[in-house]
Design a protein around this ligand. Structure first.
Ligand SMILES: Cc1ncc(COP(=O)(O)O)c(C=O)c1O
Length: 375
């Protein structure tokens, strides 16, 4: 859909894309300035594979400040994006015969990374009725002696759902009975959060499981730094060492200049992030309101991230179509709005839309979708 939207745009067609998984804001000026300074200071050579001393120190301070988690430098790996940290983790931990529990709707890369490591994703459906959250009962039914990894992502891409401390503890109670299971807590949307329950990281909620939890985070989403490619992971030293080996033999250190910029982000004024989140929250409210006015669309408000994930099965039926894929096709053709079909996230019958764009564009896009569905 994104490729189609780009092609339409190239032809001069007025398309509004609600597909992008990245902030529309520019990287804040002090972060950009830190990168320029790093270039001028000659920080242009290889760095240690797992990240510079300065960035690891900033990451340690971040975990302590935001999550009350203490890590040594050996427990931290800096990668070219949170995505690479997750990939390193799958490659270092999983192999044939292993299973990884993934809830659907999922971020598209989780099952594929598990498969690339020759392991099997065990996918658990969580629909709109259960607020897109995995229940302890569902987890207990899916977890077994073959399970090596449980992947959690809160706030979630694509649903915006966020687990409370109590919900995390309940999931942790199930995991506690399986000592070989590692948990990955993908906290990449940590700061883009407005839910009534405060954000909590899994290792913070379940300290007894912290020594087998890998916490993944990064600067892409919170600091509008998707192009800089800096993410990081923190967890047990034995596993971080394995992940570092994978990285060492593949891509080596992340970009030296981007690492300097990430230090400025993590040590900078947090009100910059709060300001962007204020905008996402206002857009979220406008999107929920707009979606509820579209016949056959049903939307669960999210607690964070910048996505809405309406169920559209009724709209699909109403238009005489057969799937979310056909609806997305219809919307790009007739309404000139690009959205991503839920099928891509393991959830047929839904659509994902990103609200990382201006309120005016969002309102126009939703009006167009409404007209197309009512036509
Ligand atoms: C849930 C989730 N995790 C991880 C990532 C990876 O982000 P990055 O590699 O830009 O740090 C993304 C990006 O889309 C994401 O949505």
């Amino acid at each position: 859909m994104l490729a189609r939207a780009t092609e339409f745009k190239r032809q001069g067609v007025d398309i509004i894309s609600l597909g992008a998984g990245e902030p529309d804001f520019d990287t804040p000026a002090p972060i950009r300035a830190a990168a320029v300074h790093a270039i001028e200071q000659g920080e242009t050579r290889y760095t240690p594979v797992d990240g510079t001393h300065q960035l690891k120190t900033a990451i340690q301070a971040k975990f302590q400040r935001d999550n009350a988690l203490a890590y040594t430098p050996e427990q931290i790996l800096v990668s070219s994006g949170g995505k690479q940290s997750l990939f390193n983790l799958c490659l270092a931990l999983l192999g044939p015969g292993d299973e990884a529990v993934v809830q659907a709707p999922y971020w598209v890369s989780y099952p594929e990374m598990v498969r690339l490591a020759d392991a099997k994703p065990v996918i658990i459906d969580t629909g709109i009725e259960q607020g897109f959250k995995l229940t302890p009962e569902q987890l207990a039914a899916a977890i077994s002696e073959r399970t090596r990894l449980v992947i959690l992502n809160s706030p979630s891409n694509p649903t915006g759902a966020c687990y409370s401390r109590e919900e995390m503890v309940a999931l942790g109670t199930v995991i506690a009975d399986f000592p070989d299971v590692v948990v990955v807590s993908d906290d990449i949307y940590e700061h883009i959060h407005w839910g009534k329950d405060p954000f909590v990281s899994f290792a913070t909620a379940c300290p007894a499981l912290a020594e087998r939890t890998v916490t993944v985070n990064g600067v892409s989403k919170a600091y509008a730094m998707t192009g800089w490619r800096i993410g990081y992971a923190a967890g047990p030293e034995w596993l971080i060492r394995g992940m570092k080996t994978v990285q060492s033999q593949s891509t080596s250190n992340p970009c030296s200049v981007s690492q300097a910029a990430a230090v400025a982000a993590l040590e900078g004024d947090p009100s910059v992030v709060a300001e962007m989140t204020r905008h996402y929250k206002a857009r979220h409210e406008a999107v929920i309101e707009g979606l509820s006015a579209i016949p056959g669309f049903e939307c669960h408000p999210g607690d964070g991230a910048f996505y809405a994930f309406p169920r559209v099965a009724e709209a699909v039926q109403r238009l005489g179509l057969s799937s979310d894929l056909e609806l997305a096709e219809r919307l790009i053709t007739d309404a000139r709005v690009a959205l991503v079909p839920g099928t891509a996230f393991g959830a047929p019958g839904y659509l994902r839309l990103s609200f990382a764009l201006s309120l005016d564009d969002l309102r126009e896009a939703l009006d167009r979708v409404k007209s197309a569905v009512m036509a």
